[in-house]
Design a protein. Structure first.
Length: 332
């Protein structure tokens, strides 16, 4: 009888622990975009839905019901088949590691199945497999603010191999296309116009011209579809903004390290992939990490969604007002 009581008591404690984990404020599970049991983080105005079934990404980052993530209907519910090495979807709020021209293909990280756990009030962790191709395991922690839209996103790169690794953080967040990218310019740049354009093959144009891209009032603006979709910048200011036609301003803040090496081919701190009116990919890039076996390196982005009226034309965008709003409402 005493043994039975101990078993009952242990089961009760275990059930209580699971119940407590499920009852963290602003958390839950939800079916979304064809995936069952996604982690949900929410406050009164903002909701985040995380996908662990295919790539450890953000499916929803919404303000009062309007999603700032771009999702393709054809990708709903798709997962990767590791046996066939095919399948999966890679839209929404993606993250990655680089540099892209050096790192081997890593589909198990990119679109493979991850583990998900709720870790606290409006907080969750997604953990990848131990990837043989890159020698690392990725851990992504997300924490939504209690009242605002601030979403803290931290990616840790764990070296699970027996060799040093030099991978860098690379964010690859898809937002709805057709908006205006605003990047504050540093006083100096290694590029003549503060940006480069990737052409066909391995071509990088260091002094490009494009009528959809121009500097104004201390900002680099991308206002429409450029001749080639992939662009790169070396701004060291540490934030970028994307104004969408739905009246939302998507802001990312992230650290920049002028004294560290950035190991992308062009030494980028930002890449933008602007594809017609369909997609705009917002990509802060981190510096090279020197990660010894058993060690890890992390990089944190902080996201905000702010209401901001879309102008009648790009020329009407008040950049002083936009900057003031970011400095006031999107602070770390």
């Amino acid at each position: 009888m005493y043994s039975g009581f101990r078993v009952f008591f242990a089961c009760a404690l275990l059930a209580s622990a699971f119940a407590g984990a499920a009852e963290f404020e602003g958390t839950g599970r939800v079916d979304f975009h064809g995936y069952a049991g996604c982690v949900k983080l929410e406050n009164e105005s903002c909701r985040v839905v995380l996908c662990h079934q295919c790539g450890g990404r953000v499916l929803e980052y919404s303000w009062k019901g309007t999603n700032a993530m771009a999702l393709h209907p054809d990708g709903a519910g798709k997962v990767y088949d590791p046996a066939k090495k095919q399948g999966g979807a890679a839209d929404g709020g993606r993250f990655d590691i680089g540099p892209e021209k050096v790192i081997p293909p890593h589909p198990d990280l990119w679109v493979g199945a991850w583990e998900a756990e709720i870790t606290g009030p409006r907080a969750a962790r997604l953990t990848s497999v131990r990837d043989k191709a890159t020698g690392v395991q990725l851990v992504r922690d997300f924490e939504l603010d209690k009242a605002s839209s601030r979403l803290r996103c931290t990616q840790a790169i764990r070296n699970v191999s027996d060799q040093p690794k030099e991978w860098c953080h690379w964010s690859r967040t898809f937002a709805p296309g057709g908006g205006i990218v605003a990047i504050p310019l540093s006083p100096t740049s290694r590029f003549p116009k503060h940006w480069v354009m990737y052409g066909g093959g391995d071509t990088i144009m260091y002094n490009p011209r494009d009528e959809q891209i121009a500097a104004r009032d201390g900002f680099l603006l991308i206002t429409g579809t450029p001749a080639n979709p992939k662009l790169g910048m070396d701004s060291a200011v540490g934030w970028l903004a994307y104004l969408m036609k739905n009246g939302l301003l998507f802001v990312k803040r992230y650290p920049v390290y002028p004294d560290r090496a950035y190991n992308e081919v062009a030494g980028l701190t930002i890449s933008i992939w602007y594809y017609k009116d369909e997609l705009c990919e917002l990509e802060p890039i981190g510096p090279k990490n020197n990660i010894a076996p058993g060690q890890s390196a992390s990089f944190t982005e902080e996201w905000w969604i702010l209401p901001h009226k879309y102008p009648s034309s790009p020329a009407e965008l008040d950049l002083a007002r936009l900057k003031a709003q970011v400095e006031r409402a999107a602070r770390q």
